[in-house]
Design a protein around this ligand. Structure first.
Ligand code: NAP
Length: 458
């Protein structure tokens, strides 16, 4: 794949980049390895100071950065600014919390194990490879890098080939904040070069956010090397609406859940599962609100939905929808790419989906909502779980018994009740089933790439 910025709003190639040579990749791995020795011997206070300084760089350059993100992958400019601010927040969060999350934990009764004292200690592992997607070009990387560096690990980034400017910005960000040279750097390489990097003895672990095929490939290579991996893969999250819900709020939130980031979010609500008692009102309100969204130039502040990031993304989404419509499904709104320059697909609501259609089980990575009618909570849970994915879920009900039942029975890494799934630095994030394994963010995220060492004293 060419490493290039191709503006999705116009289809124009703005910048092409030469990949790093094998020698350059070796040099960068060498610097990352040397930086680990330096970083692991610094204290939390020092790292926190550098992390806060790095966050300040983001704050100072937020407008230029937001424009770069929108130019590279097409999200509305206000959303790009929000992404930059969220990154700075997460960096400060880990600057504030890393020491507490990784503090020694003494055993209350060491005598039970024949010791006078016993405790566990979290220690960094070394250089971690991050393979990242384009949909949140800054956030996906920062949510790995901030905890990794605060723990004392160093990182190398293989970013998606369509966001090289974001990748190169991240290449220098932490050094500009004061971290030792090589603490975090970018490898401008294609996906075929990833396996060799994982196999390099200087790499101790790998984290991948992306598609299932990429996850399988990276995890297989890591397993063969007995190296730890974290996988954040796709999702087809259910958004369940039951009769006691505040329907207006549910509809408004459903629209945001399906169209945020132009619909290209792993944790987007993708399958809307609605109780028959409120289905007609939900369907009418949802389709009308989706149809009313302003689609257009993502640099325009008034735009709510911009283009998809790639031409292939539009083609794949169109194939999924065509397959469903060809087999008898109905589009309440949208249903075909827009006939204009750039890669635009309109907000779409599809009903009448059956298990024979690809849309029933595959992830729709764009603003296409699948709408289902069910006759009760049992059917809602069964349909919600009828997927190979298990990333997150959202449920709308004001009945506490139903809330508890859904929180217990949905097969997902998270359940958001009367809201939509959002990632927060304070909350663990990750999936089950084919959505991957491991957790990012919160205390769990910083511990993923640490050695939990047990110390026993006679
Ligand atoms: P993708 O094709 O898997 O790309 C993601 C990254 O993996 C890119 O850097 C890509 O490099 C690299 N890659 C692709 N194939 C690879 C392979 N065989 N070996 C090693 N690296 C490989 O993903 P995408 O389609 O662009 O992104 C969308 C997917 O990511 C969706 O399924 C979405 O749900 C998922 N996602 C998940 C999360 C989460 O947190 N769970 C968050 C965001 C997105 P190139 O660009 O060079 O191909």
């Amino acid at each position: 794949m060419t490493i290039a910025t191709i503006n999705p709003a116009t289809g124009t190639t703005e910048h092409e980049f030469n990949p790093h040579s094998p020698d350059e990749v070796q040099a960068r791995l060498g610097r990352a390895s040397a930086a680990f020795a330096a970083l692991a011997s610094t204290g939390y206070d020092q790292r926190a100071e550098w992390m806060r300084a790095s966050a300040a760089v983001l704050d100072a350059e937020a407008d230029e950065l937001a424009a770069m993100i929108t130019t590279e992958m097409g999200k509305p400019i206000a959303a790009s600014r929000g992404e930059v601010a969220k990154c700075a927040k997460a960096m400060r969060f880990y600057a504030d919390t890393a020491e507490r999350f990784l503090a020694d934990q003494p055993l209350d009764e060491p005598g039970a194990v024949g010791a006078t004292r016993a405790y566990t200690r979290w220690q960094p592992l070394g250089v971690v490879l991050a393979v990242m997607p384009w949909n949140y070009p800054l956030w996906q990387v920062i949510r790995f890098a901030a905890p990794a560096l605060m723990a004392g690990n160093t990182g190398v980034l293989k970013h998606a080939s369509n966001v090289p400017q974001s990748a190169l910005y991240l290449d220098t960000l932490f050094e500009r904040g004061g971290f030792p040279s090589g603490s975090f750097s970018t490898l401008l390489i294609g996906s075929r070069e990833v396996a060799a990097v994982i196999e390099d003895p200087r790499i101790v672990a790998v984290t991948l956010t992306g598609s299932e095929p990429a996850g399988r490939s990276v995890a297989a290579t890591a397993a063969a090397q007995i190296k730890r991996s974290v996988l954040e893969l796709g999702g087809s999250d259910p958004f369940v609406v039951l009769p006691s819900a505040d329907l207006d709020a549910a509809i408004a939130t459903a629209v945001s859940a399906r169209t945020a980031n132009n619909g290209q979010s792993c944790i987007a609500g993708k399958r809307f599962i609605v109780h028959e008692d409120v289905y007609d009102r939900f369907a009418a309100g949802f389709a009308a609100a989706m149809a009313a969204l302003r689609v257009g130039d993502p640099m325009d502040e008034a735009t709510q939905v911009g283009p998809l990031a790639t031409a292939s993304g539009v083609a794949e989404l169109a194939e999924l929808v065509d397959d469903a419509l060809g087999k008898g499904a109905v589009a309440l709104t949208g249903g075909a790419p827009l006939d204009r320059p750039g890669w635009f697909y309109p907000p779409t609501v599809i009903t009448g989906i059956t298990a024979q259609m690809r849309l029933y089980r595959e992830e729709a990575f764009g603003p296409v909502a699948s709408l289902y009618k069910v006759d009760g909570i049992d059917a809602a849970i069964a349909l919600a779980n009828a997927t190979d994915f298990g990333l997150s879920s959202a449920v709308w009900t004001n009945d506490p018994v139903e809330q508890e039942r859904l929180a217990r029975d949905l097969e997902a890494g998270a359940v958001f009740i009367n809201g939509m799934t959002v990632s927060y630095p304070e909350l663990p994030f990750g999936g089950i089933k084919n959505s991957g394994y491991g957790r990012e963010l919160a205390a769990d995220g910083i511990r993923e790439f640490c050695n939990l060492k047990t110390v026993w004293v006679a």
